[in-house]
Ligand binder design. Sequence first.
Ligand code: MN3
Length: 211
Amino acid sequence: MEPKKHTLPELPYSYNALEPYVSQETMILHHDKHHLAYINNLNIALEKYPELFKKSAEELLMDLDGVPEEIRVTVKNNAGGHVNHTKFWQIMAPATGQKPEGKLLEAIESQFGSFTEFQAKFNDAGAKRFGSGWVWLVMTPLGQGSQEQAKLEILSTANQDNPMSDGYTLIMGNDVWEHAYYLQYKNVRADYLKAWWNVVNWSEVEKRFKI
Ligand code: MN3
């Protein structure tokens, strides 16, 4: 049987839906070229080990030690690129001015002081990521039998590294690679980080927060 290859998911909205904050030109290039390239490269890497096509891209990332060393870095980069972008498209939506609510808002306020402070810390982590990478809101992994309460945490990763590989649960993330903003915001990453909040789909983000 032919292995089931990884395929490019469609955007959950049109290419111009995030305008004016994220331009149509950026979305076309980002989804149709960058995201697709990660998927193609992942499929090529897995061809030598077709049994790995049985795993989802997320399963590959959560068990990189289970990936043969020869292709481990390629899988980390490209399964990472695939999963990171798939989740990124899902947690955005046309701007409606919505804000987080309920349990997620409560957790953000208790962890970071206020929603505004949370945004400032998230933007700061995104701005300080040197070179290419992502900024994330995650839940910390708890050791087995831990009595501790799971916590929200802001962190950033280089390249397409995904916090799931270190046991974190992803709540939301922003892509701070230049390809995510350069056509529109040029070298001013901080402006992109600020504008991006307008297109966060908080009802989707809230679904990822389980406590
Ligand atoms: Mn990207």
